[in-house]
Design a protein around this ligand. Structure first.
Ligand code: HEM
Ligand SMILES: [Cu+2]
Length: 562
């Protein structure tokens, strides 16, 4: 009886949140996360432009702020800060909307996580500015930064964990109050993302703790290969966390925006589960040319990382199914007539659509890189930089931009005006063209042998190196367009947050084609999904990690290479 009463109370509250919009407190939390994310884009974008101009030989960085410091800061700001703050702000808004509000103590946890990440970032950035942590965002030993840098990283990770546990508590509480019901789909995605964030970062936390002691002189040497392996167990997962965050909007939000229904609820849940289970042990595809691990182990990881291609293809199928169904329902005729019926002038659709299209060459390039022989050709060249500006810098970020045009007004109880929508469309086009030039020339010049992470040099006017120059100029042109895109996007976000006209904006969640209730309940068994995930991680990592520890090569003392 009591439980029933609680349940009706709960559903009333849920209905209220959905009708009246997000509570002030939850909105403030997500707006703060979004603000940090887009400030990181602003600063990180300018640093990116500086690098691009430097690589093209158009700008020479001063000795007190070198190309390598800029590169470290650009990587940290865009890969760690922007993506983490955006994903957490977005998913907490999603939890708030679909679960009837964030629980008060969970909200407190998310704030503690927020400040820990900010303090951690400040700790990490101080030595970068002082040229005491010019180790790139990958911080591979034996290059050693000041201990403060690693302490900052550790705080960031703990801040993320607190947010992850907050999300788990919120979802678990909701389930207790709604027995026999499916976790709402966006909360389901959030659960997947936070599970990956937590489990995927355990390895790198161990690495970072070792690095703190090593850089402080408490430990004399470090096991370089072990560190690299632990790093990639995390960073490879992180890549897929961004991807899963973007995919959540593709499955759940985009169908609603185009006036359609989302694809099979069961398939969506299975895709999430598959991505979570198979994700973590793929790290060696970033270490294909590393010594100290045999081809058999590398092959296993390559196999596992390619297994992610499978749910990705399912996603591609599902998305185009939804587009075609919706276009035809709106009267689109013939083989491609339905394409014309899609809302091309709506930034909330256009941006994620281009993001999806960009994922086709981006994913194909990724599969190429995973192949041993092809990897030898592009390893550590500008090709790789082109690859991740297509994947993260386009597929993921353009989806995030698309989300911002409804999420920010939803949070600030304002509306997206037609004028601002047009600004968004222009921004999307500029970003697409800019990335086409920048990532395109990065790919090509990489094939010609231009190395990544290398300050401008002509290698004594060597003919091969001089041949790279025209592409570097194209790169700089692309980068210049992108910075215009950054400025417009940041303007749009803060305008929508503080100045746009007041009004109601919907949190667009599409209905499933067949009712969600019909999906089998086993798809929500997170205990089983996590157990399978741990099993797969064990298959991928127990043998190589044991080998790297038991047969450890001589360790390395800290080295300052800059
Ligand atoms: C204004 C937009 C941007 C410009 C002009 C830009 C430009 C560049 C350039 C020139 C490099 C250096 C390549 C090298 O010398 O090795 C670079 C590296 C990188 N960029 Fe960007 N980028 C932009 C946006 C982004 C975004 C949005 C992301 C991710 C969300 C991103 C992630 C990275 C990463 C991870 C690196 C590698 C850093 C390293 O090697 O340590 N960039 N970018
Ligand atoms: Cu990877």
């Amino acid at each position: 009886m009591k439980q029933q009463k609680q349940e009706t109370k709960r559903t009333l509250k849920e209905k209220a949140t959905q009708a009246l919009g997000i509570s002030e407190a939850d909105a403030k939390l997500s707006k703060s996360y979004m603000s940090v994310a887009f400030l990181a884009l602003l600063i990180g974008g300018f640093l990116g432009l500086l690098q691009g101009l430097e690589r093209a030989g158009l700008v020479q960085m001063p000795s007190w702020f070198t190309y390598y410091q800029v590169l470290t800061a650009h990587g940290l700001l865009l890969v760690l800060v922007l993506t983490a703050f955006f994903a957490i702000g977005y998913f907490y808004a999603g939890l708030s909307h679909t679960l009837g509000g964030v629980l008060p103590h969970v909200r407190t946890m998310a704030w503690i996580g927020f400040w820990m990440k900010i303090v951690g970032f400040v700790f990490a950035v101080i030595p970068v500015l002082m040229n005491d942590a010019t180790v790139m965002f990958t911080f591979y030993p034996p290059m050693a930064a000041s201990p403060l840098f690693y302490i900052g990283l550790a705080l960031i990770v703990i801040g993320v964990w607190i947010c992850a546990f907050g999300a788990f508590i919120n979802v678990a509480t909701w389930r207790k109050q709604n027995p026999g019901k499916h976790i709402p789909i966006l909360a389901f995605f959030a659960t997947g993302v936070f599970v990956l964030l937590f489990f995927g970062s355990i390895g790198v936390t161990i690495e970072v703790i070792m690095l703190i002691f090593w850089s402080a002189g408490v430990m004399e040497t470090i096991n370089v290969m072990l560190s690299r392996t632990l790093f990639w167990s995390f960073a490879h997962t992180l890549v897929n966390i961004w991807y899963l965050t973007a995919v959540s909007a593709w499955y759940v939000i985009v169908p609603k925006i185009i006036g359609g229904k989302r694809f099979s609820d069961t398939l969506t849940r299975v895709v999430v589960a598959m991505l979570v289970i198979t994700n973590i042990p793929g790290g060696f595809h970033h270490q294909i040319v590393d010594p100290a691990m045999g081809p058999a182990l590398k092959y296993m990881h390559v196999f596992m990382s390619l297994s992610i291609a499978f749910p990705s293809l399912m996603t591609a199928f599902a998305m185009f199914y939804v587009f075609e169904r919706t276009g035809r329902a709106k009267g689109g005729k013939g083989l491609f007539g339905w394409l014309k019926k899609l809302p091309w002038k709506d930034v909330r659709f256009l941006a994620p659509f281009i993001a999806m299209v960009a994922f086709i060459p981006a994913g194909a390039g990724g599969i190429a890189q995973t192949t041993n022989q092809l990897n030898q050709v592009v390893h550590n060249t500008m090709w790789v930089v082109g690859h991740f500006h297509l994947t993260v810098g386009t597929s993921v970020i353009l989806t995030f931009f698309g989300i911002s045009y409804w999420l920010i007004p939803y949070l600030s109880k304002r509306v997206l005006t037609p004028a601002m929508n047009k600004v968004g469309v222009i921004q999307t086009i500029i970003w697409t063209v800019g990335m086409f030039f920048m990532a395109g020339s990065m790919h090509y010049v990489g094939l010609l042998g231009s190395p990544r992470r290398t300050s401008y040099t002509t290698y004594g006017d060597h003919a091969v190196a001089l041949g790279w120059d025209p592409y570097m100029i194209l790169l700089a042109i692309g980068g210049t367009l992108l910075i215009i895109g950054v400025l417009i996007q940041v303007y749009a976000v803060f305008h929508l947050m503080f100045f746009a006209p007041k009004g109601q904006t919907e949190f667009p969640i599409a209905e499933s084609e067949e009712p969600q209730e019909q999906s089998p309940l086993w798809t929500d068994r997170w205990g089983v999904i996590i157990a399978l995930m741990i099993l797969v991680i064990a298959i991928g990592y127990v043998v190589p990690l044991t080998d790297l520890i038991v047969n450890a090569p001589p360790g390395s003392p800290p080295i300052r290479t800059w």
